[in-house]
Write a protein that binds this ligand. Sequence first.
Ligand code: AHR
Length: 502
Amino acid sequence: MKANVIVHRDFRVASIDSRLYSSFLEHLGRAIYGGIYEPEHPTADENGFRRDVIDLVRELNSPYCRYPGGNFVSAYNWEDGVGPRSERPVRLDLAWRTRESNQIGVNEFVDWCKKANTKPMLAVNLGSRGLDAARNFLEYCNHPAGTYWSDLRRKHGWTNPHDVKLWCLGNEMDGPWQVGHKSAYEYGRLADETAKAMRGFDKSLELVVCGSSHSDMKTYPDWEAEVLEQCYDSADHISLHMYFANREKNTLNYLARTTKLDRYITTIGGVIDYVKAKKRSKKTIGISFDEWNVWYHSNQQDKEILARDEWPDAPHLLEDVYNFEDVLQVGGILNTFIRRSDRVRIACIAQLVNVIAPIMTEDGGPAWRQTIYYPLYFASKYGRGSALQLITDGPTYDCDEANDVPYLDASAVLSDDGKTLTFFAVNRHTERALDFDARLEGFANARIIEQVEMTNGDLQAVNTATRPETVIPISVETAKIEDGRLRAALKPLSYSVIRLSV
Ligand code: AHR
């Protein structure tokens, strides 16, 4: 089985926005408490942050981290999370039926971001609250001094402004499950007025408005058209979310679901262009895919926890344990974002620690990399520069999810200095190797720097606290360059990274 590929140095899709490799932390389950923050943990620093977790996050080199939600933000009072800790109120979080101690708030989160080498992408509550709380929150965070809110921040111990430039106006406001759910018109109007007020403070902010929670929503894609109709001029990005599952235990179907992701991006790209034309606008709204991941392994456990008539602190919610099969899916999702980097400017894996996350922890115990950590790590490390257009011709399959799904799912990135070309490739075939044969145009003297492979005889293999290295990448040397072609035998159900010096 052979897949022919042509790649040309000058055929670029887009310059990849490095924010494609961003992440997300919500006050949900053990993401914050027991995840990034655990003052009694042996590795805790002077602020109570787990150093072992910080180290793993730093390795991912995640440009931005979205916070504090998620569904949580839609009934959140940001003021509860600032000021002396002993005076912060304990509240009920309606989204996740949890008690929120507010021991971590925006100031601590910004401190954590600095340690973890990431930047905050903050969300305002447009569910239970609105414009006024949003503008006050912004002033508290970003104004230097001399006003009520900025002086309050200084009094709380943060003299310098946080200078947060990237803001989400609400979360999943199309979802009936959201506190303060709205119609597209109601939300679009509110987002527009909120954006205008926030820009009154700082014109240079980047503002993300809510698109659909997923592409099966009844209101999709009318939602995006109406929202953008109301706030095209005041917004910069529209947010999309998508989660993937293999409930029916059908690998080929599961892996074909990235075609749906691609269609989702194409459709919303069309909606953006349509509203842009109607508005006679010069500006093109970007896509912020600020929640994406595999999410299904923990569904049953979550149902049981949420059905209990109690309000626990930091329960074990959404603790998906990822397997090897999910490596292939996450590799395919990231390939899609790279290929569609003409539209997608920001993407946040949801989430970062413990909650549907690449990093897991045990309370008082170790932190480790889940299987899906690796494709994210490699994409973030080597997927910066220009996305190159790949012309591919290879075998395909039909399944319930889609027809003509290529077994090869690949992307290619040329580094900004033009010296390194990286291929990311998934072979979706369950039994057969795929001869990857790429004609390298405009890349004289190419030579292989490194080839990394992830395969596993057991699709269900997972990493755990006691066996954290069951699923890991290995270096191999099977690829060759001959006559201007890169050839590699991609094993069945494998994920590969091949880096060339060009
Ligand atoms: O990431 C988990 C949840 O998924 C978020 O809170 C919400 O925005 C989405 O539905």
